[in-house]
Design a protein around this ligand. Sequence first.
Ligand code: CTP
Ligand code: MG
Length: 236
Amino acid sequence: HRVAVVVPAAGRGERLGPGAPKALRELGGLPLLAHAVHTLLAAPSVDVIVIAAPPSPEGVAEVHRLLSGLADLAEAAGHRADTRVVPGGATRQESVALALAALPEDCTTVLVHDAARALTPVDLVEAVIGAVHGGAAAVIPVLPVADTVKAVEGDLVTATVDRSGLRAVQTPQGFTRELLAKAHAAADPAAPATDDAGLVEALGLPVRTVPGHAEAFKITTPFDLVLAEAVLRRRR
Ligand code: CTP
Ligand code: MG
């Protein structure tokens, strides 16, 4: 009953501005993906890591290079997770589906974790795995919404939404393999979901929450990269 983590890392990073695919952009001298994988290697419950790489031949080769760079470090620290790489797809949903197709048979718990959440703490990964092993078939980390949220039409406000019932959603999201496979099998590639729990909700099945972590924020814009550099400096 092994635990696998699927890492969608195939996005272009358009909101980050021109440059390499986002997962390969650097933060403190290392690609975002290297930070994310390093954390997963350090998580004691993670057995297998499957990365959906930027789909170009250069992207896939770069991810293999990055993994061999981490291998020595991982071995020295006694980490033993297997790593696999597949070329990703045109949408996040497709990238996850392609990685799921490369999962070893004996993985019964599967997490999906954005490469772009490069600074996610190990403890959050372990908490999500713990919740799945505790009996929740679908688990997501969430945070309260800090800002006041309003509905608009054009530039006109139509309503203030009650934020007490809203949560911002992070990764890793955890699932039994059976449920995640079923959710992806039922998904519509023409109307892709932005997270995997959404596919479970579409089946009408329950998704549970655990407390998220501020440092699991998604690096999306150039400002997020500045924030990530500051978080990293404080850690080191
Ligand atoms: N992702 C993926 N395959 C895609 C699109 C996204 O694997 N076709 C991954 C990204 O690499 C990222 C995660 O899904 O780790 C979350 O996506 P997002 O933050 O939107 O990243 P990008 O799509 O790269 O960024 P942008 O939308 O700004 O282009
Ligand atoms: Mg995107």
